[in-house]
Design a protein around this ligand. Sequence first.
Ligand code: PMP
Ligand code: GLN
Length: 380
Amino acid sequence: MVADRLAPFGATIFTTITALAHEHQAIDLGQGYPSWEGPDFVKEAAREALLHESNQYPPSMGIGILQRAIADRFLVTSGIEVDPSAEITVTSGCTEALAATFLGYLNPGDEVVLFEPAYDAYPVGCALAGAIPRYVTLHAPDFRFDETELRAAFGPRTRMIVVNSPHNPTGRVFDRAEMTLIAELCQEHDVVAVTDEVYEYITYGTEHIRMATLPGMWDRTLTLSSIGKSFSVTGWKTGWAIGPEPLTRALRAAHQYLTFTTPNPMQHGAAAALKAPESYFSELRSMYQAKRDTLVAGLQAVGFQATAPEGAYYVLADHRSFGFANDVEFVRNLITNIGVAAIPPSAFYHRSTEGDHLVRFAFCKDEATLRAALERIARL
Ligand code: PMP
Ligand code: GLN
């Protein structure tokens, strides 16, 4: 049964660490949720929908105004014009888009190329579908992949690669040469690229390249994202998939029976959000850049090896100067004795043990929380 296949994964690391953080009243730099509420114009739109109209089933593939708003943003950010009703599917978060893609597209025994550290939903998605992950390590400290290792991961049974950029937890934003190599391998081996772009707007001076825009890639790419990170509403669980009709059809086959649809008021809120002016997105970036710089400087000052991420809102720091056996021991001490929660990244590694000497801190927190956490961390 599926539960047996999922048993090795146990509880998600986010659930485990969040519970431990509460128990010890630790300042939570673990799970990646903002310490503030989303913008008023976004919440107002959802509230209006909730109070006045939209409390019954929306269409299974998403409400028209949200499909349209997703298509409009995609045109602005990629130059690609899509058919909103045929090529966009609204899902219950990027998580459901991922699950529906794995279940709808993969056959048991298919191979999927995953970069590690890998966000937990990818290996679990493979397990759900009976597919086999082939890992390619992003090597610390700069978290680039080795071309030979990537080439070796592709074979006759490879059916899909998952590309998460900006990347959780390393903060890498893959550059054009890296994306082009991935695209070439996809075409050489007739492989589909599934991109997880939930941090698409959180980049620090590095261009976010969409795989779907590279030559020959629209037809073999499903672009997944969601509203949670871009608008600081991670609890809304409203996401989408953009892709050509044959790939969309595979995902929809699973989506219509997994969740059927996504809560209607949240879809209205998301539609309003995506109509935000460009200034909204540049302010989001500069807000996060300041937080990134505060956290990186603070961690370096107390003795971590840490470099500033190119995107997303995590710092993956090297804790070896503090003398703990591994990341789990380090985080246990950090939560119980220092009062700060973080994520042990070994949970994201499957092939290499490089995660053991790293720790992930989230900086999607207000300035006072970051400063208070750094003061406690200084006690290390
Ligand atoms: N992908 C990545 C890389 C993430 O960090 C997250 C975190 N929430 C998700 C997917 C899940 O997105 P959602 O909340 O929209 O399901
Ligand atoms: N994406 C969030 C993180 O990496 C967690 C999401 C979850 O709890 N599943 O922190």
